[in-house]
Design a protein around this ligand. Structure first.
Ligand code: THU
Length: 155
């Protein structure tokens, strides 16, 4: 199990800062008319390509999908077979400044875990709110210990 490393935008590697910057570009197009809570995400692949996502809400509330899941699914569609190296997630609440990073919901943790399982490689996770503070995790295991795995399904 890994720990959450609490760090700062100026202390992370340039590729991670750039990825957070890419994620932040999504905040302006997040579709969140119901919660007004904005989430942007960006996935960095082993070939260097970056695939974006933002939350997508719906008047039928259970159909809302989180920004990080959109980014991961988008990465699979646009770069099939490529491993996800890192995932940056940034959140913004226009009604209340988010001074610390926001943690991914349980559903997204499970999806990140399955991406790691299918590519047999960890995904670095970088989280940011509306300050320079950044939380870094070297994979999903801190967020979701004792993960459910598809290994138990089927014969
Ligand atoms: N949301 C995300 O995009 N990612 C998360 O990990 C947590 C929540 C979105 C879903 C919904 O559009 C809004 O934030 C409020 O829950």
């Amino acid at each position: 199990m890994t720990q959450i490393i609490k760090t700062n935008l100026s202390d992370i590697e340039p590729y991670a800062a750039s990825l957070l910057e890419e994620a932040s570009k999504m905040l302006s197009i997040a579709y969140a008319p119901y919660s007004n809570f904005l989430v942007g995400a960006a996935a960095l692949m082993e070939d260097g390509s970056i695939h974006h996502g933002c939350n997508q809400e719906n008047a039928s509330y259970p159909l809302c999908i989180c920004g990080e899941r959109v980014a991961l699914y988008n990465s699979h569609v646009n770069a099939p077979g490529q491993k996800v190296i890192a995932l940056a997630i940034i959140a913004k609440n226009p009604a209340k400044r988010l001074l610390t990073p926001v943690s991914p919901c349980g559903a997204c943790r499970q999806v990140i875990a399955e991406f790691e399982q299918k590519q047999s490689a960890p995904i670095e996770i970088f989280l940011q709110g509306e300050s320079d503070e950044v939380f870094y995790l070297k994979d999903s295991s801190t967020l979701l210990p004792y993960q459910f795995s598809g290994n138990v399904l089927g014969k």
